[in-house]
Design a protein around this ligand. Structure first.
Ligand SMILES: [Cu+2]
Length: 160
């Protein structure tokens, strides 16, 4: 009986901690930007993964997401998926991504995304990874990304 109680307790703590990881602090305010819904796809070490989020500019000045740094990938790029003559192409946003005053930019599958190139560490489902986003004239801020299953379609996918 003692064992059963212990197992139940461990199970509870384990489940609670798993739950806490992907639901903690996924929304933040930095300067006049509201950054939320960060997620990325679980992938093994050595391959690429893509990350998504929403950035709302609540201020009166335009800004620009210039670059991203992550300690779990060799390199990161800002990409845009775009259909050209019936073919999906990945375009490198070398000048960054503009975030006009008063508008929300959504990074999502099939559109804008952060390419995490050649993962140094595997990305495990339901864990949180941090990446540092740098904005023009505003500086840098650390953002949380929830790791979801490779099959996840969006932030709300239940198969995380
Ligand atoms: Cu890409």
């Amino acid at each position: 009986m003692k064992h059963l109680v212990l197992i139940t307790l461990i199970n509870f703590v384990f489940t609670a901690s798993l739950y806490a990881e992907c639901n903690s602090e996924l929304e933040k305010t930095f300067e006049n930007l509201r950054i939320s819904h960060g997620w990325l796809r679980a992938m093994p070490e050595g391959v690429n993964s893509s990350g998504y989020l929403k950035i709302k500019n609540l201020g009166s000045k335009d800004t620009r997401l210039m670059s991203i740094k992550a300690d779990f990938a060799e390199k990161t790029n800002l990409h845009l998926m775009k259909e050209e003559y019936g073919v999906m192409k990945m375009i490198s946003m070398i000048d960054g991504v503009q975030i006009p005053a008063g508008s929300q930019i959504e990074f999502e599958p099939g559109g804008l995304h952060i390419m995490f190139i050649k993962l140094i560490k595997p990305l495990e489902v339901n864990k949180i990874k941090k990446a540092v986003l740098s904005f023009e004239n505003l500086g840098s801020t650390s953002v949380n990304f929830c790791i979801k299953k490779i099959t996840a379609k969006n932030y709300y996918s239940s198969d995380k």
